[in-house]
Ligand binder design. Sequence first.
Ligand code: AGP
Length: 614
Amino acid sequence: MCGIVGYIGHRDAFPIIIKGLQRLEYRGYDSAGIALFDGSQINLVKTKGKVEDLRTKANSISQEGTIGIGHTRWATHGVPNDVNSHPHYSNSGDLVIIHNGIIENYESIKKELTKRGYNFTSDTDTEVLVNLIEEVKKTEDVKLGQAVQIALNQVVGAYAIAVFDRKKPDEIVVAKLGSPLAIGIGEEEFFIASDASPFIEFTNNAVYLEDEEMAIVRLGKEIKLRKIKNDAVAYPRILELQMNLEEIEKGGYDHFMLKEIYEQPRAIKDTYRGRLLADQGIIRMAGIDQNLEKFMNANRIIIVACGTSWHAGLVAEYIFEDLARIPVEVEYASEFRYRNPVITEKDVLIAISQSGETADTLAAIKLAKEKGAFVFGVCNVVGSSIARESDAGAYTHAGPEIGVASTKAFTTQITVLTLLALKLAKEKGTFSETKFHEFLTELETIPSKVERALEANPLIEIISDVYKDSTNCLYLGRGYNFPVALEGALKLKEISYIHAEGYPAAEMKHGPIALIDEHMPVFVIATKKGHYEKVVSNIQEIKSRKGKIIAIVTEGDEQVKELADHVIEVPETLESLSPLLTTIPLQLLSYHIAVMRGCNVDQPRNLAKSVTVE
Ligand code: AGP
């Protein structure tokens, strides 16, 4: 939920850390801070507000130093204010720490440390942790690395920390459990961060710490990796990352969200690249190929996810049951993990997560693994916690998704899950060779059809202006497009703050139709394939009650055009692939309405990109 950045090397640490924090603001942005060692003392400044506010406030301190740590926060313990911001000093002023996560037993530790004469200036769990490390260092008379290892065996919770000692300023100690931490390896320099975006312009060699691993990052030395539990030596796995900086920057768009909406043709193509070999009639996915019998012999597939990823899971339910005839149930991870579900080793659990760090989804995976289920992860972030916790998986190759509102993650998740369902349908023989080939060929046309759907953007902007002041909206869809209606409503809610609800179109007569009047915009997905006639009659019911109708239709549709106030066309495709197209206009609608309302599209209020706390 927070972003951490550290640097030790031959460059000035200040600009690297500040720019790195700006790249991580999507992880949380209610306060920020930085600590630098200038050769004789630690200079620390922190503030409520954004990284830009920190940069301004940092004019009050020396910005010298080639070792430093920085933090951008999304508050979990202690309200967002200056004193609760990170970094935090230990009582002696020798140690300074940054932390992403939650120490669940910090109160009992704080009580004990208070008894031993420690005092605390903040309400945070992090300040307790740095003083626990100090206490261990003093009483056990050990170096910082050892003190961190011993101290962390006394805490319960999740953390990604970086801590250094002004008396030994040639090293930074880092540790990880439940929150992400990557180490960028440069020439005579090391970078520490929650993900690779702060250091990708300097190096694409990185080590992602595993859970319960720590490292001593010392200049001129190899990274020393240790297991926190028993101090055993661990061996770094150096990844060569493919992400480059321009993927991070906005690339000429006003917002990351718009850039990411327009990246979807490329992202979908990258996601099936190397996996979909239509001309050979093959789908190649190592994570499936090596575990095919798990899927083929599964009693059922349980899909766990949150938010938009949960909507992708709902689309997958329709695909798996319709094409591969495998029973599927889709669960909110936050509900699944607490309801004592029946899970057996004959179950396959698919966890869907863009960030790969969502705490509830991670917890649901751990629960399923304890009960013997096989876990398959669908994540977008290489080396993320969920990716590494899963038994196998398949990455979406959407590239970094910076906008808090998920867009290309949604369509690439559906792409991966469609490939998976198709592969299983072929293996199970529920698909004829001809139908299989037709499907693969159609799937290959989707990127260009998404391009065509994006061409409606100018019309969508005009329609957005008509409805930007609405207070409530309804989204309706049937079949494969019911989850898209839910997703469209979530998009509008989370970035424009307009209340919106998604419903199965047929549900209107069971209550929601009472809401319809001339002030209620109703976005209806009415594409040709999939209960078209029934959706048309739903539109007529709404029209007869003066509801405003904005319909997503198949190119060339004349019938709905006669009924609706506005129509937005998408190219024709198979019903099971239509969510990849019908979601595009709904993403653009929510984007334009939010911009017109002056909302912070990339960083909506109260939200963070990665929900790593419960
Ligand atoms: C999507 O627009 C939201 N920002 C949010 O619902 C998100 O999908 C959810 O928090 C799950 O995140 P994940 O995919 O990273 O697990």
